[in-house]
Design a protein around this ligand. Structure first.
Ligand SMILES: [Zn+2]
Length: 152
């Protein structure tokens, strides 16, 4: 047992990252489950539902990928905090419309965390190179949603 843990206002131990000697102001949580703010932020990010416009594996690990219905995709998007990794404005706009929640344009280097779910939007065909598709054209090509979960 780490003594730091019990010294109020002196320093704390974070059981998630294993850091010790952490000042009280860098800790968060409810007794006795204190963790450092870095870990808390990471855990919050991890719970976000990522939105991807391709089924891409972004970090090493074990994944499951399964097709879900539009209704399931909408429900997931509406019930979770979203982390968009959609790098095209037209796709972001169309996903916003289809899912019924704001899906912002977000050019990030996404790394899927352990346990994190990603909602994948996938066209059934390949659009012409460089072509910006309208909603009608996307409906015509057809699309599906997949749930990509990092399990290990
Ligand atoms: Zn920590």
């Amino acid at each position: 047992m780490n003594d730091d843990y019990y010294l109020w206002g002196v320093s704390f131990y974070c059981p998630v990252c294993g850091r010790s000697q952490i000042p009280a102001e860098e800790m968060t949580g409810m007794f006795p489950n204190y963790i450092c703010k870095n870990c808390e932020k990471k855990e919050r990010e991890m719970k976000k539902l990522a939105i991807l416009n391709t089924s891409i594996i972004t970090a090493e690990g074990d994944y499951s990928l399964r097709q879900i219905s539009l209704e399931q995709a909408q429900k997931l998007a509406q019930e979770n905090e979203i982390l968009s990794a959609v790098g095209h404005q037209s796709t972001a706009d169309i996903l916003t419309e289809i899912l019924g929640v704001p899906v912002p344009l977000n050019r990030i280097v996404f790394e899927q965390e352990l346990g994190q779910k990603a909602l994948v939007f996938k066209l059934n065909g390949r659009p012409p190179e460089g072509k910006i598709l309208s909603r009608a054209e996307i409906e015509q090509i057809g699309y599906k949603f997949q749930l990509l979960t990092r399990e290990g």
